[in-house]
Ligand binder design. Structure first.
Ligand code: ZN
Length: 504
């Protein structure tokens, strides 16, 4: 064994310890949303502060730097002994260097303060949402925005502080690129809403559904999608999410919104399962290195949206699953045809809640948040002005105005978690998914027959082969080009929407 390889193994060993520490943080975050008694929040914030500090310390330690330096020049990024490394090792070193340099820009104090602040903010947000009081959340949000601005200053940016935050979730993406991309598709989306909005009876989707029956239906779905029972848990939380400790231990949550059968529950489960399959499909042999990590949140979201909407809201999917659902909930569904059900779950109708929105209006919800975040970070908007800005944009994009904060600017957990720059990845995810779906259908010409038979494993395998198993080996642009033959082209998503909804 050459010396270089021995050293590469030493970095991987270090990486495994670091990932183990990071997974403990994820476990505490999962626990906070699913099991922790509310009285534990102050102590949890201390625990997370301590763990984040330790993770940051390790990532910026001279020990890691000394392990990396013989392999890659930390200043220039040039590999020291390129010939003795294989392509994966080279890619891993490139990504490790990026992570270390980025972490070193952030002072320890700021990392800890962020981690201490967010659990309290999440707690305040949940209370604020429940009591419909923006005032309860506003001071926490102000603090998080100040910390985010400070973080952006440390990370550095060319044009806007928002870019530095965006880069955390979608590397190399900038607000300029997004503004251009979103302004191209916004008028097309507004047109699609106008063209495809219809009044269809969907009253049977609302009611008081038995939580246990729903959860058992969901578990059957997850099984069909190819999630190994031994590798995940499905629990209830305030806001559905997916957290991964390791490709063999992934935590999914959903919520029981008893009033809305599909959008309020089943869709959320399919969505989070799409995320879970990505985490489970990462190359486990590279655990501890960046190659066993998700590429970007946009790519992550492409996986959940692919499953949730393109597959989970398709006719062929429900050809297989509707009879089971009908038997579970006969009081609502026994007189409903598959066709009526399919149309009802795909109604295009402006609504208040992003995660329950249809496939078309959903994207306008995301653009609204992107515009507000950008304005907040560049001091064009104050926290106290958010509710008004929110309502103005809702009126202008969707023609409706929420009557409560809970249905408006307090609906999402993200800002309380400090996730500024995250929302745009939801729309990018749809765009990536649209392009992948186009390619998927060309690759599997009999896809609808298979899906109608309840055979979904080939979908998981297509996504694994084209996305999951590369981890961070490629950039988003390279990944999409390799999978589909073209760099990101938003037209695929727009065409997908137009052609699907023209038949409804
Ligand atoms: Zn998601």
């Amino acid at each position: 064994m050459t010396k270089t390889l021995t050293t590469y193994e030493a970095v991987t060993e270090f990486g495994k310890k670091l990932k183990t520490l990071t997974s403990l943080k994820a476990l505490l975050e999962w626990d906070q949303e699913t099991k922790m008694p509310s009285g534990g929040v102050e102590f949890r914030s201390n625990q997370l502060e301590m763990l984040s500090g330790l993770i940051h310390e390790k990532l910026t330690s001279s020990e890691l730097n000394n392990l990396l330096s013989p392999l890659i020049d930390m200043d220039s990024g040039d590999l020291v002994d390129s010939d003795s490394l294989d392509l994966s090792q080279k890619a891993a070193l490139r990504e490790w260097r990026k992570d270390v340099l980025k972490a070193k820009k952030l002072p320890d104090r700021l990392v800890k303060e962020f981690s201490k602040t967010t659990p309290l903010a999440i707690h305040a947000w949940a209370k604020a949402k429940e009591e419909n009081s923006f005032e309860i959340f506003a001071p926490h949000l102000e603090k998080i925005i100040d910390l985010s601005k400070e973080k952006a200053q440390h990370l550095g940016y060319e044009f806007s502080p928002y870019d530095a935050l965006l880069d955390e979730y979608e590397p190399k993406m900038t607000s300029q690129k997004l503004t251009k991309l979103f302004s191209e598709i916004k008028p097309k989306l507004l047109d699609l809403v106008k063209t495809h909005s219809k009044k269809i009876d969907s009253s049977f989707l609302y009611g008081d559904f038995d939580a246990q029956k729903l959860m058992s239906f969901n578990k059957e779905l997850l099984d069909k999608m190819g999630l190994n029972k031994d590798f995940y848990r499905l629990d209830l939380s305030n806001h559905p999410f997916c957290l991964s400790m390791h490709p063999r231990d992934v935590r999914l949550t959903t919520h029981i919104n008893s009033s809305d059968l599909v959008a309020g529950n089943i869709s959320a489960v399919i969505h989070e399962a799409g995320h879970a399959l990505y985490e489970m499909g990462l190359p486990i042999e590279h655990f501890g290195t960046p190659l066993c990590e998700a590429l970007s949140m946009g790519i992550h979201e492409s996986q959940s949206k692919f499953w949730e909407t393109m597959i989970g809201q398709s006719f062929e999917f429900w050809e297989h699953f509707f009879p089971t659902l009908q038997k579970l909930f006969p009081e609502n569904l026994k007189d409903i045809s598959l066709d009526e059900f399919y149309k009802a779950i795909n109604i295009v109708k402006p609504s208040f809640i992003r995660i329950h929105a249809d496939e078309i209006t959903y994207n306008l919800h995301v653009i609204l948040r992107f515009e507000i975040e950008k304005a907040l970070l560049s001091d064009e908007l104050k926290v106290s002005e958010i509710p008004e800005a929110w309502n103005d944009k809702m009126q202008s994009y969707l023609g409706i105005v929420p009557k409560t904060f809970s249905e408006g600017c307090l609906q999402d957990i993200h800002w309380s978690c400090g996730l500024f720059g995250y929302f745009p990845t939801y729309l990018l995810g749809n765009l990536y998914a649209g392009q992948l779906y186009h390619n998927f259908r060309k690759t599997h010409l009999d896809y609808n027959t298979k899906i109608a038979q309840g055979n979904l494993l080939f979908i998981r395998d297509y996504l694994k082969k084209n996305v999951h198993e590369f981890g961070r080996y490629y950039s988003q642009e390279e990944l999409i080009k390799n999978a589909t033959g073209e760099t990101l082209n938003p037209e695929y998503f727009i065409q997908y929407l137009d052609s699907k909804y023209s038949t409804l």
